[in-house]
Write a protein that binds this ligand. Structure first.
Ligand code: ADP
Ligand code: ASP
Ligand code: MG
Length: 416
């Protein structure tokens, strides 16, 4: 078996879905499972719909109408006069969603989130399944909620590997070409759960792991993994080969081309991961496998924008010791701050955090009772793997003051 994953960008419109079929025809689709994400920016749109729903806004319905229209337009472009059946499927999914929203009494945002946002992947997989069939590629539509079993941790559910493994094997028996959804699963009560934003790569890795796949290919709008996000860095180079370990490091520091959880399952079974361009499927792209850490060996750049740098010192200028640090970390955890970097000196403790859940003001209120706190909001965190002279020149040329710098043998980080 081999596993293919097509992300939102690759199926954002009818041209993308047609291209998906062309890719399959070009590279072969025997014993293949195709994992798809929601189309284009559907997940973001669903998050907005949900916020309006929780704020009792009339915009909820407008959002639903627009999103349905977006999908209907895609199938009209794909199927022409033969779109009736798939339009019915789309209508039904939206009816179910409206039914859920009208009857829902749960105030649990995360629970409701998963029930609502999961429709994105259901829609895209139904459309892709139907269009593959329409194009002569007989295939099986697999409901990944029946396979991927998780705990109740809505929005970032944890996998039950044993149950999932049995279900996937049973679910795919006798099917040599299947289409399923990334990102979604279900818990023991059969409520839908999700694996975290951008989690489709991870779903694909789960399928690959369980099926002992020969490879996983993630089809992207870039030629492969580059040594920097081309939206941010000019003159990027294609990384032809990356070791699992190096890829894990890159993903950990924020190279958003691969979801960080994707790599561990693949590494455990040494399943190669290909990252390839869906526009040029025959090009080699990148392969992640066991071996030499990077080819070509060049510095890799990662930018995380809009971070917060806190510098703490004790009010009485006493030393920052373990007790203070453990107290600070407890608070960071409580206020759901992701810690990106720390640096400690005798009387000050600096920490760069990601204020993902907008809880900085609350956190500062508590911290300021015990510490002097200097805040630098909206800073950029540059991480460079395999720092060299070229990277040093690059950082200097940004032309903005470096607020904090930290280096190990392999990784340099700069807060700017
Ligand atoms: P999808 O969700 O469609 O699978 P993503 O948008 O999540 O795809 O990932 C592809 C994007 O990742 C690219 O368009 C690119 O801007 C970004 N990206 C970030 N870092 C890198 C990198 N090191 N190499 C290539 N692309 C990168
Ligand atoms: N559709 C989900 C998201 O946008 C999952 C994914 O695309 O990987 O986060
Ligand atoms: Mg993505």
């Amino acid at each position: 078996m081999k596993v293919f994953k097509f992300g939102g960008a690759s199926v954002r419109d009818a041209v993308g879905v047609k291209n998906l079929v062309s890719v399959l025809k070009e590279v072969g689709y025997d014993k293949t499972i195709v994992v798809v994400s929601a189309m284009g920016k559907t997940t973001n749109a669903l998050e907005k719909i949900l916020d309006n729903y929780f704020n009792d806004s009339k915009k909820t319905i407008d959002g639903l109408v627009q999103l349905k229209q977006y999908h209907i337009q895609i199938v009209k472009n794909l199927f022409g006069n033969d779109s009736f059946e798939i339009e019915e499927t789309i209508n039904k999914l939206f009816e179910e969603l409206s039914g859920f929203l009208n009857s829902n009494k749960s105030p649990n945002y995360s629970f409701v989130y998963d029930q609502v946002v999961s429709i994105g992947e259901l829609l895209s997989s139904k459309i892709v399944h139907a269009f593959m069939k329409f194009s002569g590629l007989e295939n099986y539509w697999l409901d990944s909620r029946k396979c991927i079993k998780t705990d109740d941790y809505y929005r970032a559910a944890n996998l039950d590997w044993e149950l999932t493994s049995q279900n996937i094997k049973n679910g795919l028996k006798g099917h040599s070409l299947a289409v399923t959804q990334g990102f979604i699963g279900s818990n023991s009560n059969n409520f839908t759960t999700t694996l975290g934003r951008e989690g489709s790569d991870y779903s694909a890795a789960i399928f690959a792991y369980v099926l002992n796949a020969s490879s996983l290919t993630i089809w992207k709008d870039v030629p492969g993994v580059l040594n920097g996000d081309p939206r941010v860095f000019k003159k990027t180079k294609l990384l032809k080969k990356i070791s699992y370990r190096e890829a894990i490091e890159l993903a950990f520091y924020g190279a958003s081309v691969i979801h960080p959880k994707t790599l561990q399952p693949l590494q455990r079974k040494e399943i190669p991961l290909f990252v390839k361009s869906f526009e040029n499927p025959k090009n080699e792209g990148t392969v992640v496998l066991k071996g030499k850490n990077l080819d070509p060996f060049v510095p890799c750049y990662i930018l995380k924008k809009n971070q917060v740098l806190l510098r703490l010192s004790t009010i009485d200028f006493s030393f920052i010791v373990e007790e203070n640090i453990s107290y600070i970390f407890r608070l960071l955890h409580e206020y759901q701050m992701t810690v990106e970097l720390i640096q400690n000196s005798a009387i000050s403790f600096s920490v760069c955090i990601n204020n993902k859940y907008d809880k900085l003001d609350e956190l500062l209120l508590i911290l300021r009772a015990k510490f002097n706190v200097e805040v630098n909001d909206g800073v950029d965190l540059f991480t460079v793997r395999h720092f060299n002279q070229e990277a040093s020149n690059f950082i200097q040329n940004i032309g903005k003051p470096i607020l904090l710098e930290q280096r190990t043998e392999e990784t340099a980080q700069f807060i700017i």
